[in-house]
Design a protein around this ligand. Structure first.
Ligand SMILES: Cc1ncc(COP(=O)(O)O)c(C=O)c1O
Length: 373
């Protein structure tokens, strides 16, 4: 059966109201359009732990995985997994509640303390994911009397977070600090002004110009907000991320536990005590969604112990080795030289997919399609 036929049979093969049939046919048409454009995503099933090599359903030999954000290899680190297991045994799966009702555990508090020490901030607050952290942040802190300037290539969670917030907003072209500065100057009547950027841009592997953004923000008496999901544990001599790399301090940092710090899930905001308190009192994903599972918080606590200069240096050496090898082989590789997001740019989605599919045959390596923003 062709994929199109399978989709149509799936849509028609059950009894449904005409509205739901119509919805299905709209969905099927949309999926077909994605298939035609070569952007339809098909998920591969992992049969074991995430790692440098993984087993996939339907693929005979193991596969070299260059797509995961498992930057420090901690997803299956024995001590990190053991920390989660011990807490699972002592605290159970979770607290079956949001934090402020009866869902805060000592492990949450320990992790928040450790994250704020790690980033050198007064305090930190956990969220179920960094997507939630970004969804909470802007709406809780900035109102209609405020202004936020956002890099055009910021992560979808920042875009959505800003959509939820009533502040005036402006988008400046990617990395165009001068244009960000102009927007901040134009908004001089705002109560609070902020500029927000990814620390590392996840599709292109380039690093934000934090030094310049910090200066622009300071000159305008504005705040600097950095989403460092791909910087935390990855860049800077001790893995403190893009602020360490640039030698600056953002006013607010958001990041994830779902990449270098063990790869499970969870996000956080690190900032002043006052900002964190407001997020705990007014951040909607914090107030209306279950707390991060304590075993995952325990895993992240252990993962933080493992972010050592020697492991970060090893990651950098591996990154250079991969980048240099690909360049020698004649490929164009984008991104910051020190960052392991090393996009091999072919410039054509179909060619990229064909190459990726062919790699599954000879030397299995999965490739990543660029998601829509
Ligand atoms: C820059 C950036 N921000 C936020 C997120 C969301 O992180 P999480 O998976 O913790 O929701 C991601 C994840 O892809 C990201 O790359």
């Amino acid at each position: 059966m062709t994929p199109r036929r399978r989709l149509l049979v799936g849509a028609a093969g059950r009894r449904a109201s005409s509205a739901s049939q119509q919805l299905d046919s709209v969905c099927v048409a949309r999926l077909e359009a994605m298939r035609t454009a070569g952007t339809l995503k098909v998920e591969k099933e992992l049969l074991g732990a995430q790692g440098a090599k993984v087993s996939l359903a339907g693929v005979e030999s193991s596969v070299v995985n260059l797509c995961a954000n498992n930057y420090l290899g901690l997803c299956d680190d024995a001590e990190v997994v053991e920390a989660a297991g011990t807490t699972l045994a002592s605290r159970g799966l979770g607290n079956a509640s949001v934090r402020f009702i009866c869902g805060t555990s000592d492990v949450h508090k320990d992790l928040e303390r450790k994250l704020s020490e790690f980033h050198g901030t007064e305090d930190a607050v956990l969220f179920p994911s960094c997507f939630d952290a970004n969804a909470a942040l802007f709406e809780a802190l900035f109102g209609k009397e405020d202004f936020v300037a956002s890099d055009a290539l910021n992560h979808a969670s920042i875009i959505d977070g800003l959509r939820l917030c009533k502040a005036r907003k402006a988008v400046f072209p990617h990395a165009a600090v001068d244009e960000a500065r102009v927007k901040l100057v134009e908004a001089k009547d705002a109560r609070l002004r902020a500029v927000v950027t990814d620390g590392v841009f996840s599709m292109d592997g380039d690093v934000a110009r934090l030094e310049d953004l910090r200066k622009a923000a300071d000159d305008c008496d504005a705040l600097l907000v950095v989403d460092d999901c791909h910087g935390t544990g990855v860049v800077g001599p001790t893995g403190r991320g893009t602020p360490e790399l640039a030698g600056v301090k953002p006013d607010i940092l958001t990041s994830t536990l779902g990449k270098a710090l063990g790869g499970a899930s969870g996000g956080y905001v690190a900032s002043s005590r006052a900002v964190v308190s407001v997020l705990k009192n007014a951040g909607r994903p914090y107030l209306f969604s279950n707390a991060l599972a304590p075993p995952l918080a325990a895993a992240a606590l252990k993962a933080l112990d493992k972010v050592t200069p020697s492991l970060v240096t090893k990651l950098r050496e591996n990154t250079h080795r991969f980048r240099d090898g690909m360049l020698r082989a004649g490929f164009a590789v984008a991104g910051h030289r020190d960052h392991p997001i090393a996009p091999v740019v072919l410039g054509d989605a179909h060619r990229a997919k064909q190459l990726a599919d062919s790699l599954f045959g000879a030397h299995p390596v999965p490739a990543l399609g660029r998601p829509h923003r």
